[in-house]
Ligand binder design. Structure first.
Ligand code: ADP
Length: 340
């Protein structure tokens, strides 16, 4: 249904999108995951005809978005990061306006009514968009994307700025729409794609670094065995103990000191939960444990683990600059604070 081949978008010397290729089959819900600035919006904007590309091709339903823009656009409903709403219109006026813009031939009243039911905006139909909450505005944005019954729906960061309840509602809505549409969901929030998508493409610095089933990515994240441990005791001896302890495969000092405590990173062996045993060992030595937390994984870690898992021979495993993205439990705060 969607085919992107060797797509490049360059601004001066900077590659916003650097030779990416992927395809999305009919009926799939695919997550496009990457940190801010990775190239997600650029790709979505090219796919939806808002931006031209420097080279490469993007096709929707077999139609090239540059050569046959009208046919391609008829197949796509797009919710950009900033929904294109006219605040001085009522929801009713706005949806009728979009209906006319799209030159929609379906029964006007019935079609708009059905969409309002799906996205649950019947109760605000007569209200000015200006007076709606961010959550309702987002629903109106989704409603405009659905006008004309496009086969493909593209969401760009659909939950940024929403509160936790609204986030759950919008994710549920996207999942429901996925039952009879092909969906691309672009986001920097890992739990979002985990909650909604069948497949995840990870993009970083304009390049696709992973294309995996969601369950594989989830397995990798759950297999995280690194802990940040704060221990009160002599640094060298504590580190020696950690390095030699059964069940720990790696330990290092993290360089953080608080009074007489140091913070260490430890990684346990596969299938071993080191925490209880470590606690008792430290107690025996009279080195109080003052902090223990599971460490998050960045995209780089996930990528390396996927490469390991897939036994791909490696040129890319040298540690690159870490990339931050949002892990389970952090999503709500982050979604309010998207930085460009
Ligand atoms: P994302 O959606 O993943 O946050 P974008 O696609 O918006 O990332 O941006 C990718 C990169 O391209 C970023 O480094 C961004 O600064 C750069 N970029 C985007 N638009 C422009 C522009 N009009 N001019 C120059 N650089 C741009």
């Amino acid at each position: 249904m969607i085919e992107i081949n060797n797509l490049v978008k360059r601004y001066g010397n900077k590659f916003a999108v650097d030779d990416i290729s992927f395809s999305v089959n009919e009926g799939e819900i695919v997550g496009f995951l990457g940190p801010n600035g990775a190239g997600k919006s650029t790709t979505m904007n090219i796919l939806t005809g808002y931006l031209s590309c420097t080279s490469g091709t993007a096709k929707v339903g077999g139609f090239d978005v540059l050569e046959n823009p009208l046919e391609a656009k008829k197949l796509i409903g797009f919710l950009p990061e900033q929904p294109p709403l006219y605040l001085d219109m009522t929801v009713e006026e706005y949806l009728n306006f979009v209906y006319d813009l799209k030159n929609c031939k379906l029964n006007r009243y019935k079609h708009i009514k059905e969409i309002c039911e799906v996205v649950k905006i019947n109760d605000v139909f007569k209200r000015l968009i200006r007076n709606l909450s961010k959550g309702y505005r987002q629903r109106v944005g989704i409603a405009q994307a659905l006008i004309g019954n496009p086969k493909v729906i593209i969401f760009d960061e659909p939950t940024v700025g929403l509160d936790p309840k609204q986030i759950i509602e919008i994710r549920n809505l996207i999942r429901t729409l996925g039952n009879d549409h092909t969906v691309i969901l672009s986001t920097h929030i890992l739990p979002e794609v985990q909650a909604v998508c069948d497949r995840i493409l990870i993009i970083n610095s304009g390049k696709i670094i992973a294309d995996e089933k969601t369950e594989n990515i989830t397995r990798v994240v759950e297999d995280n065995r690194r802990y940040k441990v704060k221990i009160c005791g002599p640094q060298r001896e504590v580190l020696d103990m950690l390095k030699n302890k059964d069940g720990i495969v790696y330990a290092e000092v993290m360089g953080e000191r608080e009074n007489d405590s140091f913070t260490y990173m430890v990684e346990s062996a596969p299938g071993i939960d080191i925490r209880k045993n470590l606690f008792f060992t430290l107690a025996e030595r009279n080195w109080p444990l003052v902090g223990l937390e599971s460490m998050g994984m960045d995209l780089e870690d996930i990528f390396i683990k996927l490469v390991d898992r897939n036994n791909i021979a490696d040129t890319s495993r040298k540690k690159r600059a870490p990339v931050d993205f949002v892990l389970p439990g952090e999503a709500d705060d982050e979604s309010k604070n998207k930085q460009e």
